[in-house]
Ligand binder design. Structure first.
Ligand code: HSE
Length: 454
């Protein structure tokens, strides 16, 4: 067996010594910022060997200067004014970790105007204002990198934009919010209702004090909007996404789904159809045998279906200090490698060349095609099932399975669970309205979308 050793390369060593490390300015040093500082410091030798040049945090802006100082120690300039970082001509890359669409948007636009490359984990900002931000970056010849914005540490942006670039992407379905996946896992494991588990998740620090963005599906909506744009070459348009959270989910439906061989997950789904693009977030029944159905706790996973590669699955931590820092630092390395490349020959922000973006419509939810789980609380008497199946048949909705809870002795009502085959959502809405007014339907009908993901 022969072994080989890298030969010393004096020219490369001289070159590296001559090149000043890339100078990074952090805007905000909370959880992700301190993780970024730690990872960059701990792995600096490896990172320099990969990037061909050192990457250093030279300046940090945070309103809590004392806490920021306690994280980064001496030798790094710490300020309270983010604009001082942007104004510093020595800074090459600005890392925006403030979040939200307010001041973060202004600072990102100002950083771009000042000729800085930008790294951001801000999914809300990009899903809503991405078009304006990417256009400004292009005009200025700078890079806006955002791997950390979707599924934290999972390199899904890199996979979609580069690794799968040969493919016509057919659809993407992802568990892209850890908080809600944790809550759903707990609801299933312990048979508890949403409100009880949410309180527990807040006590344990899994859910924020104001968990609205997570539990209402908005955070997942931002992330799937970004993936959709990259997958299909359309502008980011969060306002067209259909977004439902998990707040109305009941333990009974998780139990019935289980009996029928399904798990309920909050999925972000985007799918190419002849008529347009589906873009939606909602609780979804998924066959229990699919790998994604078995992603538990706060973990994230994304399934991508490409025409050439088939089905691929990406799994990992979608949040947390170092998993998210892993994505931020990867972007810093990318920029360090690519910033000298002609801007027209870099990987485009949204994977497709900017003049090749299409205006394919995002379909309204009424035109989405999916199958359904229905739970009807009905009077347990002759003819009830037949009236319901007639209403479905009249709207061309085909039934896949029916389950009826065995009534207790003397009980006058029961639960009827129906799984349908694929149908147009508008047809199902009409059928639901017709079924709901039947005198034998005793409570609001529960309907949850179902995806076979095959
Ligand atoms: N709050 C998100 C989650 C992480 O629970 O997954 C940041 O987007």
């Amino acid at each position: 067996m022969s072994t080989s050793r890298a030969q010393p390369n004096p020219a490369a060593e001289r070159r590296e010594a001559d090149v000043k490390p890339m100078q990074v300015g952090l805007l905000g040093i909370g959880t992700v910022g301190s993780g970024t500082f730690k990872v960059l410091t701990r792995n600096q030798t490896e990172i320099r060997r990969r990037a061909g040049r050192g990457i250093e945090i030279a300046m940090v802006a945070d309103l809590d200067v004392a806490r920021a100082r306690s994280i980064v120690g001496e030798g790094i300039e710490v300020v309270s004014d983010a604009r001082a970082v942007i104004a510093n001509p020595a800074i090459d890359i600005v890392v925006e970790l403030i979040g939200g669409y307010g001041i973060a948007r202004q600072l990102v636009m100002e950083a771009i105007a000042a000729g800085k490359h930008v790294v951001t984990a801000n999914k809300a900002l990009l899903a809503v204002h991405g078009t304006e931000i990417f256009a400004a970056a292009r005009a200025k010849g700078v890079i806006v990198a955002f791997e950390a914005a979707v599924a934290g540490g999972i390199p899904i942006i890199k996979a979609l934009r580069e690794g799968l670039t040969a493919n016509r992407i057919e659809w993407i379905a992802g568990i892209i919010n850890g908080t809600t996946n944790f809550i759903l896992s707990e609801m299933r494991d312990k048979g508890l209702d949403f409100a009880v588990v949410l309180k527990e998740a807040q006590r344990l620090g899994y859910a924020e004090a104001d968990p609205t963005f997570d539990i209402e599906g908005i955070d997942a909506g931002h992330k799937v909007t970004i993936m959709s744009a990259i997958a299909f070459g359309v502008p980011v348009q969060f306002d067209k996404a259909h977004v439902e959270g998990i707040t109305k989910l009941q333990a009974a439906d998780i139990r019935y789904a289980e009996q029928l061989g399904y798990r309920i997950k909050l999925l972000g789904i985007t799918r190419r159809r002849d008529e347009g693009i589906e873009l939606r977030v909602h609780p979804t029944l998924v066959p229990a045998k699919r790998l994604i159905a078995n992603v538990e706790g706060a973990m994230n996973a994304v399934v991508v279906q490409g025409d050439a590669v088939g089905t691929t699955l990406y799994y990992g931590k979608g949040a947390g200090a170092e998993p998210t820092a892993s994505a931020v630092v990867a972007d810093l390395v990318d920029i360090t490698r690519l910033h000298t490349a002609d801007p027209d020959h870099r990987v485009p922000h949204l994977a497709f060349q900017p003049d090749e973006l299409h205006d394919t419509p995002i379909l309204p939810i009424e035109q989405v095609v999916t199958s359904f789980y229905l739970r009807l609380q009905v009077a347990d008497q002759a003819g009830v099932l037949s009236r319901i199946t007639t209403i479905l048949a009249e709207r061309d909705i085909s039934i896949d399975a029916v389950l009826q809870r065995e009534s207790a002795e003397g009980e006058k009502q029961t639960d009827l669970i129906i799984l349908t085959h694929d149908t147009v959502e508008g047809h199902m809405r009409a059928a639901l309205a017709a079924m709901q007014v039947l005198p034998t339907v005793l409570a609001p009908i529960v309907s949850i979308r179902k995806e076979e993901l095959n």
